[in-house]
Design a protein around this ligand. Structure first.
Ligand code: 4AD
Ligand code: MG
Length: 461
């Protein structure tokens, strides 16, 4: 295996003169007059390691097998490089070919690709420069998320993937069952594996609330699932969500934390992944750095839903969807506010109760709830959160109001209990990990920031 200090990333930073072993896959091979140049990479760096094989070291039929996609171990000496873009190159003493990749067959060699043609190649696309950059950014983002919360004393918790409650009350859940559900036969779910209906979770929030009322500040970071049939560039059926939940916290604290969180993540990934972001900016989003630095530049705009609606009505724009008070903000509205009007992130608060989840705290006006959505240019909603309804009777009434959508008070007895025993004001939010990845990388389609996207009609890899 490749040990720490031996990755291509490390070799590129090693002083000339060292005798080293490099392992990886061939990006390209060029043949000079007296030498062969092999670009080798193990996925650790946007820059390949140039391997120089002098004429005569390997038989011509061996050289011929070193083509794009082949896996190699090369032993040799690092020497100062004449070429631009790298300080050192590897002068080979021995080369072992582990696996070849027939250029007539290897899909990444056969034709020129773009993001769409790479999607059906889910088993190979990670070897391209683009996906190398994307997945390194993904790793850096995950680390930055943990770092942010750990530095603030938050407890990392794991919410269950299988759940029996519809946390968002949206009814777009995948059912989990071991029953043989044949069409037409009414199923008896008391005979099912969990002796009740069970689903893949849409959010870890309700469980996070349980643990926040024991540990004060907690966060989840795990997969969540939505069976909404929305085939858009911003929706996945399986995505990762980060959900902090804080006791003794109101909507203002919640907004402050979300803003600090987004700024911290962007600052950290800019510091950790600059060469990868430069590559992505060059090929996919010329304004990437400007967009990211704009988030760091100043405070986010904060407006109420009611103000947002009046700004949309005054905009003179011909929106496709209604901008009447009471209607949900659509992507076109969100993008107008953040891209055109304020040209920076916008936090919209206090939405009408009718369009938000049952657990959000009812405001004194009786019409709005203490919700907040963070909108960013290019993406729209990146964070959704709220202060939770901590008053037992108010929450019970909200659950009863939702009976028509299939919510049953008796299933939420434990959630109501939290309001009977040591209840306290609390709040939290959820950030879509892949939405943040889109913002950071400039990728326009959410399918290109997760290795194995799950979307309607698509679960092959
Ligand atoms: O706004 P949402 O639905 O909020 C919740 O689930 C709350 N329980 C969060 C909380 O307060 N703890 O989802 C939160 C975020 C969205 O802002 C969006 O970034 C992302 O999750 N998201 C999706 N990302 C990709 N594909 C989907 N289908 C998504 N649905 C939501
Ligand atoms: Mg939302």
């Amino acid at each position: 295996m490749i040990l720490a200090g031996q990755y291509v990333r490390d070799l590129l930073e090693t002083a000339p003169g060292a005798s080293v072993t490099a392992r990886g896959w061939v990006k390209t091979r060029r043949d000079g007059k007296n030498v062969h140049f092999i670009q080798l990479n193990d996925g650790s760096s946007p820059t390949d390691l140039q391997v120089v094989v002098e004429q005569g070291l390997l038989a011509p039929e061996v050289i011929a097998r070193i083509t794009t996609g082949a896996s190699l171990t090369v032993e040799g000496d690092l020497v100062a490089s004449m070429g631009k873009g790298q300080k050192v190159e590897l002068k080979a003493r021995s080369v072992v070919i582990h696996g070849t990749a027939d250029p007539e067959e290897y899909p990444l060699q056969k034709k020129k690709h773009n993001l769409e043609t790479l999607r059906p190649l889910g088993h190979l696309r990670a070897r391209t420069n683009t996906f190398g950059a994307v997945f390194r950014v993904r790793n850096a983002l995950a680390r930055a998320i943990h770092q942010f919360f750990q530095e603030r004393g938050f407890l990392y918790i794991h919410a269950p993937v299988i759940s029996s409650s519809d946390a968002e009350g949206a009814g777009s859940m995948f059912q989990v069952t071991t029953l043989n559900l044949e069409a037409g036969k009414p199923a008896d779910f008391s005979q099912d594996f969990f002796a009740r209906r069970a689903y893949l979770t849409v959010s870890g929030q309700l469980e996070a609330e349980i643990l926040a009322l024991a540990f004060a500040n907690v966060y989840t970071f795990g997969p969540t699932f939505r069976a909404e049939n929305s085939n858009t560039p911003r929706h996945l059926a399986e995505f990762y969500m980060i959900e902090p939940e804080m006791a003794f916290c109101d909507l203002n604290d919640d907004q402050d934390l979300a803003e600090a969180f987004l700024k911290s993540l962007i600052g950290q990934v800019l510091a950790d992944c600059r060469p990868d972001l430069e590559f992505l900016s060059k090929w996919y989003e010329p304004e990437l750095f400007q967009n990211l630095e704009n988030v760091l530049a100043g405070p986010f705009e904060r407006i109420s839903y009611t103000e947002a609606v009046s700004l949309l009505q005054k905009s003179g724009k011909n929106f496709e969807f209604s901008t009447e008070w009471g209607c949900d903000l659509q992507s076109e509205h969100e993008r107008y506010l953040t891209e055109e009007l304020f040209k920076k992130p916008v936090i919209v608060t206090n939405y009408p109760r009718g369009i938000k989840a049952f657990y959000m705290r009812l405001n004194d006006d009786g019409k709005t709830v203490a919700a907040m959505d963070v909108l960013v240019p290019r993406i729209g909603e990146i964070v959704g959160g709220s202060q939770r309804e901590e008053r037992h009777d108010a929450l019970r009434d909200r659950i009863r109001e939702h009976a028509a959508t299939g919510m049953h008070e008796e299933n939420y007895w434990w959630y109501l209990d939290l309001r009977r025993f040591g209840g306290v004001e609390h709040a939290g939010f959820g950030m879509g990990f892949e939405r943040m990845m889109m913002y950071l990388t400039g990728m326009k389609n959410i399918r290109d920031v997760i290795a194995f996207p799950r979307t309607p009609g698509n679960a092959e890899f």
